[in-house]
Design a protein around this ligand. Structure first.
Ligand SMILES: [Fe+2]
Length: 268
């Protein structure tokens, strides 16, 4: 099955609120999600799965996750979720349906698991901390050990999903405020198995940024709601009104990973 390509939709940072008219960053997340759903329906093909790399809601309450469920249950394939700093793992588990996963940690508040599609292994790590204002994440040593196990115990290619960027992105505010605290440890582990790593996919930065580090591919997807500028010397983020909602269509075919950005126009 490993020769069969895998195609998935990567979206992130939907920041859905408790009501349909809730606004954040001057935008309406519910309306933006509706537009993305329309854009996905126009693709005229069904991906193998959808991955949401976190910050599903803005305010971590029951009503927001119910609204998220009403949107994402309309996706035509299994959906998988990553915990962001604005997420509650217990509410994700309570309200959102997942595709089939292997969840090794038996910790209800940790959203770290593995799933397989067409002979590829996908690892979801949970680096979020309890405080939603903590914009830097840390992945536990237990999870890093579990990631290593995926490479040691099987010969399968692996892709990784996490909310936070592991390394600097030539953006002053991101590099000062948004990076994982132990991204170097994650990268050093992945380097050991680089020929089998198909990519690390993340969100959090509200911008599509793609980097190659020591031959490893890292890719963020823009937010569904609002993008930020990421010029090198900016010390604080600014909303970029010219950058509409978007999602990525990712294909993993053998050793090749292809990322296509799909922009969703907000005007009718
Ligand atoms: Fe975030």
């Amino acid at each position: 099955m490993q020769n069969h390509p895998v195609r998935f939709v990567h979206l992130s940072d939907t920041h859905i609120g408790p009501t349909r008219d809730f606004e954040v960053f001057g935008r309406n997340p519910y309306a933006a999600c509706e537009k993305v759903l329309e854009g996905i329906s126009r693709l005229n093909f069904t991906p193998d799965f959808f991955i949401h790399t976190g910050d599903i809601t803005a305010s971590m309450d029951d009503a927001s996750y119910k609204l998220a469920r009403s949107l994402f249950s309309r996706f035509p394939a299994p959906v998988y979720y990553v915990a962001g700093n604005h997420d509650s793992v217990s509410l994700i588990r309570k309200y959102l349906d997942f595709g089939s996963v292997s969840d090794p940690f038996s910790d209800y508040d940790l959203l770290s698991y593995v799933f397989e599609v067409h002979g590829h292994r996908f690892v979801v790590l949970d680096a979020h901390l309890a405080d939603p204002d903590e914009t830097r994440g840390t992945v536990s040593q237990l999870q890093l050990d579990y990631l290593r196990k995926q490479f040691v115990e099987t010969p399968l290619p692996v892709a990784l999903f996490i909310h936070f960027p592991p390394h600097p992105l030539d953006s002053c505010w991101i590099d000062n405020q948004m990076l994982m605290t132990n991204g170097i440890a994650l990268h050093e582990l992945l380097k050991e198995f680089a020929p089998r790593v198909r990519g690390v996919f993340y969100g959090h930065v509200h911008r599509g940024i793609h980097t190659s580090v020591d031959g490893l591919l890292y890719s963020s997807v823009p937010s569904v709601v609002c993008q930020f500028t990421t010029l090198p010397d900016e010390e604080e983020p600014r909303a970029d009104a010219d950058y509409p909602p978007s999602f990525s269509l990712v294909t993993i075919d053998g050793a090749r990973t292809t990322i296509k950005s799909h922009v969703v126009a907000m005007n009718p």
